[in-house]
Design a protein around this ligand. Structure first.
Ligand SMILES: Nc1ncnc2c1ncn2[C@@H]1O[C@H](COP(=O)(O)OP(=O)(O)OP(=O)(O)O)[C@@H](O)[C@H]1O
Length: 241
């Protein structure tokens, strides 16, 4: 389980995450939704100890990320799919990470199979398509067989087959009893993937809900989402007549 306690982050006079308190439960996919700039990535970075909160805490299984003995074996994360050495093969990248995190070597072949990259594992990762890079990023997240998975916009840039693959994978991982926390600004995609939704705007929690609860009383899910977040969007175009 992930617990956020009054999590707060400022950049200068701008508040990116504003007193976020919530529990992200095991055994389900929790969708983290909000408009651009609403604080999703900053929240995920704080959970992973990559940014320090100004106030409050983010705990994984009761402890901050920095206190985990083998982080990769507790939490798997996909933040930036391009974060690997372009000259190394996919297999070499995973093998190096496995060795430095005390993960048994055979796990590399397992995760390559799970993400469907076994056939291209010897190719330079720099030559991978966006979808293949995303799959390699997921392989890294799964390498330590962690109980908690964090994915920031994992379907960005993927084709429909890739999107369906990620969706089925996340649902399967949650069904195995893991905590799956996935951010998106696409309500329609989250409606197909997430059991629960956390919706934020300007760093604040706007709703902790389910797809059915959110949609109730509205013509469609998109309208419900826009109504909830409309006061918190920073940039909005004007209509063209
Ligand atoms: N390193 C930084 N320095 C200054 N401001 C930042 C920094 N990182 C984020 N911000 C600001 O904090 C706010 C939240 O940004 P964040 O990237 O967390 O939002 P997001 O919901 O992930 O957005 P998106 O959907 O566009 O990725 C924004 O106003 C952003 O400009």
């Amino acid at each position: 389980m992930i617990e956020l306690r009054q999590l707060t982050k400022r950049y200068g006079d701008r508040i990116a995450v504003d007193g976020l308190s919530v529990r992200i439960q095991t055994g389900m996919v929790t969708g983290f939704l909000g408009p651009n700039g609403s604080g999703k990535s900053t929240t995920m970075r704080m959970i992973l100890g990559l940014d320090a909160p100004d106030h409050g805490a983010a705990l994984i299984g009761g402890v901050p990320y920095a206190d985990l003995s083998w982080p990769l074996r507790s939490v798997g994360a996909l933040l930036d799919a391009g974060a690997f050495h372009p000259g190394r093969s996919g297999r070499a990248h995973l093998t190096a990470l496995a060795a430095s995190n005390d993960v048994p070597a055979p796990r590399v072949e397992q995760v390559l199979r799970i993400v469907g990259l076994s056939g291209v594992a010897e190719r330079r990762a720099g030559s991978y398509s966006l979808g293949m890079r995303q799959r390699l990023g997921v392989a890294v997240a799964l390498l330590g067989d962690p109980g908690v998975l964090l994915l920031d916009e994992p379907v960005n840039g993927l084709d429909p087959e890739g999107i369906r693959w990620i969706r089925d994978l996340l649902r399967g991982l949650a069904a195995e009893g893991r905590t799956v926390f996935v951010s998106s600004h696409l309500i329609a995609e989250m409606a197909l993937t997430a059991d629960r939704l956390l919706i934020i705007g300007q760093g604040r929690l706007l709703a902790e809900t389910t797809v059915a609860e959110l949609a109730a009383g509205h013509d469609n899910l998109e309208d419900a989402f826009f109504r909830l977040t409309s006061q918190t969007t920073d940039y909005r175009g004007t209509e063209v007549s």
